[in-house]
Design a binder for this molecule. Structure first.
Ligand SMILES: [Zn+2]
Ligand SMILES: [Zn+2]
Length: 330
């Protein structure tokens, strides 16, 4: 099972300025000073193994959209949320030539905040007759939110001009569903207006998508319901927009969570890979790299304090930070 991340920022798309690129160019040349780079292989090796990711790459700009790859149905795609990242999915789909065949696009909605729907007006496959788009979710306002964001004066092309067959599968809260060979269960999450997390299971592997979710004091309870929802997942995509200090003090009740709580919940639920998500849009690439470094440090500290047996398996085995264009295989 593979997950591809098309959009990983929270709340609002992020920006990249010319000065940011200039700074990366400067840091690259500075790091290369005195190093012999005679050919393309040497340069690629230097980029890959010497430069930090914040210099050689970027965490990206798009808001929430992930793709669960390898549906067992032909010409079927499974996406979560329709933030600005869905525009890049659509663009790659069209230029790959796959856009020539009619296809079905399932879009599971966590909730309807702007950053999770704003890409849909730019979702080219929805304008092509013969395609099918099915929104799945638990908010009864899904059809209105998707359609009305395209009304005058907010958008020039009304929803009715979308030529694909567009359906809305609005389910009773947390009703399980099956798509593309995945058994999908869900959980209600603490977020303004409620958001839902999804747990995808297939062939003994589990991926959990849990974004826009704030964990409060009950997260420390032994029977906290998320421990069961995350239990032994191969990958948990977790809303870690804030530091612990922000989540606890300045941004309490804003509906998001922290890296520290993500690590603790992943450790207590035996999660193999914790991928932090819904990145703060004002954070620079170096801010995010430092955030990841601190998170991994905290994971080490948490293990040393809570696990006296060094031979025991340590969870999470891996801590990463999502970026636009990342693919994770479990
Ligand atoms: Zn969000
Ligand atoms: Zn939200």
């Amino acid at each position: 099972m593979k997950v591809f991340f098309w959009g990983t920022r929270g709340s609002l798309p992020a920006s990249v300025w010319a000065k940011d690129c200039r700074e990366k160019a400067f840091k690259t040349l500075e790091a290369a000073r005195g190093i012999d780079l005679p050919d393309a292989d040497a340069i690629n090796d230097f980029i890959e193994n010497t430069l930090p990711f914040s210099v050689s790459g970027t965490y990206g700009t798009n808001t929430s959209c992930i793709e669960l790859r390898d549906s067992q149905q032909p010409n079927e795609y499974i996406l979560c949320d329709a933030g600005s990242g869905i525009r890049d999915f659509a663009h790659h789909h069209m230029i790959s030539g796959r856009g020539k065949s009619p296809a079905t696009f399932h879009i599971l909605m966590t909730h309807l905040h702007w950053d999770h729907i704003c890409g849909f007006p730019f979702f080219v496959p929805a304008y092509i007759p013969g395609n099918r788009v099915v929104f799945h979710g638990y908010h009864e306002q899904i059809p209105d939110a998707i359609k009305h964001q395209m009304d005058t004066p907010c958008f020039p092309v009304p929803f009715k001009y979308m030529g694909a067959d567009i359906e809305f599968n609005i389910m009773p809260p947390c009703q399980p569903l099956q798509l593309g060979g995945f058994d999908i269960t869900s959980i209600e999450q603490n977020h303004p207006g409620i958001a839902y997390g999804y747990r995808f299971a297939r062939d003994g592997k589990v991926i959990v998508h849990s974004t826009d979710s704030e964990h409060k004091e009950d997260a420390y309870d032994e029977d906290y319901r998320f421990l069961k929802f995350f239990h032994e997942a191969d990958l948990v995509i977790f809303d870690a927009q804030y530091s612990l200090a922000e989540a606890t003090f300045t941004k309490a009740d804003w509906g998001h969570s922290s890296n520290v709580l993500g690590i603790e919940l992943a450790a207590r639920s035996s999660v193999k890979h914790l991928c932090m998500f819904h990145n703060e849009p004002t954070a620079t690439d170096s801010d995010l790299e430092e955030f990841l470094f601190n998170s991994r440090m905290y994971s080490e500290i948490y293990h040393s304090e809570h696990q006296k047996d060094p031979a025991a398996t340590r969870y999470p085995k891996q801590v990463s930070l999502a970026y636009d264009g990342l693919e994770i295989e479990v």
